[in-house]
Design a protein around this ligand. Structure first.
Ligand SMILES: C[S@@+](CC[C@H](N)C(=O)[O-])C[C@H]1O[C@@H](n2cnc3c(N)ncnc32)[C@H](O)[C@@H]1O
Length: 308
């Protein structure tokens, strides 16, 4: 399918962000994504899974920046249509989407809230990082998506997860309760154009302004549910400053959170921006990570890590 044309207003906005790298960004936004999966160590070791997949004739190469992330090529079957997938030995997950859980770094026996969790790529990753110990509350507002979350949790053998269906704007009723929180927020998804060209068609300049109201409410509510000294990762698959740095700036101003570096060894990130539309953001926002598709051959993402 031929991709739709990028709108002029989109190009103008992204040239403000990227300058003479605009064309490279647009070009990379249209390239097919590399196929990646995440080993589910709840069920199998990385070595055993690689052996099984190579026996099928697949080419399997580990990601440089995450040992449980595997690049797949020469697969003669769709990644989601194998016995190994059905048995929960791996999760089909885009490589940039593996980063927010790594940056949150959950530990065994902690209490974790995954506030916008469905369909569960990151919940299942958090669960395996915790070796199925501790407790994860996996929440999503959408009943249809919660059903998929539930079946993914069962398939991948995640036994330390409780599902809730609420708006994530309501978590302030659970004051100071969680050690760590992931807010993988609903967003305009301009980083995910490689996965879904329709995002080009659907984009309009007002969406980020509408989205950031909900994102600020979710983040503010979740920060109240975080223990003092606890850590929260805010992530989106959009590159819109209104939904990223602007939301984080709001949390710094209203809640006094401190930012921690959002870094992954061996993975190129760019600092959060501190000026947008004549607004100056807190200078520590440089600690956030902007992830452009052209930098590591992934989706675009934004990740901020904060401490209460
Ligand atoms: C980016 S997706 C989450 C992806 C998920 N974290 C994963 O890794 O598989 C955003 C999710 O937010 C959910 N959502 C939208 N509004 C919400 C709200 N007010 N409260 C909780 N979840 C919400 C959507 O249903 C969607 O599943």
């Amino acid at each position: 399918m031929n991709p739709p044309e990028f709108k002029e207003k989109f190009k103008k906005k992204y040239s403000k962000l990227l300058g003479d790298e605009l064309e490279t960004f647009l070009e990379w936004s249209l390239k097919p994504l590399q196929k990646t999966i995440r080993v589910n160590t709840n069920k199998i070791t990385r070595k055993k899974l690689i052996t099984l997949l190579e026996k099928k004739g697949w080419t399997v190469k580990p990601l440089k920046y995450y040992e449980n992330g595997l690049k797949i090529s020469n697969n003669n079957t769709a990644l989601g249509n194998t016995l190994e997938h059905f048995l929960g030995y791996y999760y089909v997950q885009e490589s940039a989407s593996m980063l927010p859980p790594i940056i949150l770094n959950p530990e065994k026996n902690e209490s974790i809230l995954d506030s916008c969790a469905a369909p569960g790529s990151k919940t299942t990753q958090l669960s395996m990082m915790m070796e199925n110990k501790g407790i994860i509350v996996a929440n999503d507002v959408s009943i249809g998506r919660v059903k998929i979350l539930s079946s993914n949790l069962q398939r991948t053998g995640c036994e330390n997860v409780i599902i809730t269906r609420n708006t994530a704007t309501s978590f302030h009723v659970r004051q100071n309760e969680f050690d760590k929180i992931l807010v993988d927020a609903p967003c305009s998804a301009t980083g995910a154009i490689r996965k879904k060209y329709d995002i080009i068609r659907q984009w309009n300049e007002n969406t980020p302004i509408k989205m950031c109201g909900l994102q600020k409410q979710i983040l503010y509510s979740c920060l109240q549910a975080l223990k003092k000294g606890g850590e929260l990762v805010y992530s989106t698959c959009t590159l819109e400053p209104e939904e990223n740095e602007n939301v984080v700036n709001h949390a710094i101003k209203k809640f006094g959170v401190k930012l921690l570096p959002a870094k992954i060894k061996g993975f190129k990130t760019r600092p959060g921006i501190t000026n947008w539309d004549e607004e100056k953001y807190d200078p520590t926002i440089k600690k956030c990570a902007r992830i452009y598709p052209q930098d590591n051959n992934t989706e675009g993402f934004f990740i901020a890590k904060m401490k209460k």
